[in-house]
Design a binder for this molecule. Structure first.
Ligand SMILES: *Cc1c(COP(=O)(O)O)cnc(C)c1O
Length: 220
């Protein structure tokens, strides 16, 4: 049972690094996984999941929500402006706020809906050109602007560069959150979630280690 193994490793990492037991939320990243596998994890009692595409999430989660109570669904991938309303209706948390225009759109639609998912601001800690997220030097001002817009900012999120050690990025993100008075830290994936817990992750996003490898269908 892979879920049980990961839960055990998570608890051990919390203990080893002096973190309070249960202070790290395990987001099971179910993108691309067949519904059977997702259902298997739901049947083991897990309720917290992550998806990186609004469309894909919309095609499977409303039905799972009818079958299983208390599902906690997180958007961890990029959000286009024209999908904001749908995302806000579908997800309990959004981890990918990465630009001023999107902050304004979220704030406007939150007013209309009278509710808003918890929001994480994505920071491009590695300053990679192809990657989404605020530049680290712009992050403090952006956090302040989002709070002025009344957005429920929970914390910061990062995806460290693939070919670098992740720990300096985790440390950096943790410092940025601290100096902005934010408690949430969404960082760490299958290969490095224990390191992320060491640096204070409150949300780890673990996919393949729970579900097995993602099998992408060949593009035509
Ligand atoms: C896919 C994905 C993950 C999970 O990746 P694994 O290596 O399978 O654990 C985590 N975070 C984001 C943003 C992702 O897109």
């Amino acid at each position: 049972m892979l879920l049980g193994k990961i839960e055990k490793r998570l608890a051990e990492a919390e203990f080893e690094h002096g973190r309070e037991a249960g202070s790290t939320l395990l987001i099971a990243v179910s993108k691309v996984q067949p519904n059977e596998r997702v259902k298997g994890v739901l049947e083991q009692g897990h309720r917290c999941f992550g998806e990186n595409r609004v469309q894909e999430a919309a095609s499977k989660w409303p039905e799972f929500r009818q079958q299983f109570a208390d599902i906690d669904l997180h958007l961890i991938g990029p959000l286009q402006s024209n999908k904001v309303r749908q995302a806000m209706e579908l997800f309990d948390s959004i981890h990918s706020l990465d630009r001023p225009k999107l902050a304004q759109t979220l704030a406007r639609i939150a007013q209309e809906l009278g509710k808003c998912p918890d929001i994480f601001i994505q920071v491009n800690t590695g300053k990679e050109l192809q990657k989404a997220g605020l530049m680290p030097e712009d992050t403090d001002n952006f956090v302040a602007d989002c709070i002025k817009l009344d957005l429920p900012i929970k914390g910061l999120m990062c995806i460290p560069p693939f070919h670098e050690p992740a720990m300096p990025h985790f440390k950096n993100l943790s410092n940025m959150a601290k100096r902005n008075g934010l408690l949430g830290l969404s960082m760490g994936m299958s290969s490095d979630f224990e390191d992320a817990i060491r640096y204070g992750a409150t949300h780890v996003r673990v996919g393949s280690a729970i579900f097995g490898d993602r099998v992408y269908e060949a593009k035509q």
